[in-house]
Design a protein around this ligand. Structure first.
Ligand SMILES: NC(=O)c1ccc[n+]([C@@H]2O[C@H](COP(=O)([O-])OP(=O)(O)OC[C@H]3O[C@@H](n4cnc5c(N)ncnc54)[C@H](O)[C@@H]3O)[C@@H](O)[C@H]2O)c1
Ligand SMILES: [Fe+2]
Length: 386
């Protein structure tokens, strides 16, 4: 077996009600002036008030930045950094979906004296030092951002770019499934499929696939596929919500070490240019890229099909098992009512060449795909997905 390196966030608190650990965790990290980084959706969902009260009751002077938006643009991140400096925040709390957590991570890294500018930290390992302590509290079961060393920011008008650095790992993640009970069905479906894609792409990664990520990806995919329907249609079901949050975290730990590939590369332009939610973007291109990948990834897809116990009437070859996995995932996406065609989400066929050009810029991700993707391949895959 070849050598590998595996990293993850050092502390994870998990369980219904474990948000109660937040004040103590802030204290453990010597914080006294927390800045909560979040968005208006979280404020409106009533998730912030109890957190704010718990912190105030603990004697902490809490500030809130609630201006995060989906696919956070640089300007919004910069505003949050400015607020962290003005309020002399000494610890950053990310509360929300991936957009809030990704923003919080960059704020923590750059709200210190002598920090690099945002333009200098894109790509892998360009961020040269850690910043303020960070605690991340996810409210979606999707990105796994609470345990990844990645932030995805929208640069310029439309391009989504990744910042990848071990300095972005949170000091602690607090995963309280009670915070996800009110997540609407469409967001539950899209973010859940995002997490499934993290597991699948980690398992088939070309360069950094490793035994720990493999184990995490399989367990994540079992939890997510077994519980996504219940979580979507019986949102108050705590058992299903717990399983989804645990699954998305495990998938995050997997892909933080064996990065995602072409599904994400082709999803990003849909988010950057058309503001299609990240999970839905993945869901729309997923089956078409998996189909494209079959020539090289069939044995790994077959292993996942076996692990999930997908009924295999007559599927006696890796190719047939892999096809059954693709069909099973497509069926699940239909069941949770995720749109299945680019044309259903307002994309005109004339836009496909621009999408393919943009996807080819995601070289950081494309290199991980089990099969090389050319511009012509990307065009064909988008045409299939249209
Ligand atoms: N850092 C990583 O490792 C990583 C991985 C994958 C994706 N991402 C990025 O994360 C972002 C997507 O994150 P996301 O899919 O979690 O969505 P999001 O953070 O954009 O949130 C989507 C919407 O759901 C709302 N919401 C969140 N939790 C809620 C709750 N409990 N109840 C009610 N409403 C709630 C939010 O207010 C928002 O309106 C994208 O920018 C994507 O590129 C990052
Ligand atoms: Fe993702």
């Amino acid at each position: 077996m070849s050598s590998f390196t595996f990293q993850t966030a050092p502390v994870v608190h998990f369980g219904a009600g474990c948000i109660a650990q937040l004040p103590g965790q802030i204290e453990a990290l010597c914080g006294s002036r927390p800045l909560i980084v979040t968005d208006k959706g979280i404020m409106n969902a009533g998730l912030i008030a109890p957190v704010q009260k718990a912190l105030t009751d603990a004697g902490l002077a809490v500030e809130i930045f609630d201006q995060v938006v989906a696919d956070p643009p640089e300007a919004v991140v910069q505003n949050a950094i400015d607020m962290a400096k003005q309020t002399r925040a000494d610890i950053i709390i990310g509360l929300g979906g991936g957009s809030s957590l990704d923003t919080a991570k960059v704020v923590a890294a750059l709200a210190i004296n002598g920090a690099q500018s945002m333009a200098d930290i894109y790509g892998v390992a360009a961020l040269d030092k850690g910043g303020l302590p960070t605690i991340l509290v996810p409210t979606t079961s999707g990105t796994g951002s609470e345990v990844t060393a990645i932030s995805i920011i929208t640069t310029g008008e439309t391009t989504k770019a990744g910042i990848v650095s071990p300095h972005l790992y949170a000091d602690a993640a607090i995963l309280d499934p009670a915070l996800t009970l009110g997540l609407p069905p469409d967001v539950t479906a899209a973010t859940g499929i995002d997490a499934m894609v993290h597991a699948i792409e980690a398992y088939t990664g070309r360069h950094a696939k490793n035994p720990i990520s493999d184990m995490l990806a399989i367990e994540a995919l079992k939890l997510l596929t077994n519980n996504i329907e219940t979580a979507c249609f019986d949102g108050a079901n705590m058992t299903a919500r717990e399983a989804m949050l645990r699954g998305s975290m495990l998938a995050g730990q997997a892909f933080a070490n064996s990065p995602v590939g072409a599904i994400h590369a082709l999803a990003y332009p849909l988010g950057g240019i058309y503001h299609i939610p990240h999970g839905l973007s993945n869901a729309l291109v997923m089956p078409h890229i998996m189909q494209f990948n079959l020539t090289t990834a069939a044995p790994h897809y077959a292993e996942l099909a076996d692990a999930l116990g997908i009924p295999q009437g007559g599927a006696d070859t890796p190719e047939r098992k892999a096809q059954q996995l693709i069909d099973f995932l497509e069926d699940l996406a239909v069941k949770v009512k995720a749109p299945r065609r680019l044309r259903e989400v307002g994309i005109d066929s004339s836009a496909l060449p621009e999408l393919a050009d943009a996807a080819m810029l995601q070289t950081r991700l494309l290199v991980n795909n089990p099969r090389e993707v050319t511009l012509e391949d990307a065009q064909r895959i988008y045409a299939d997905a249209w």
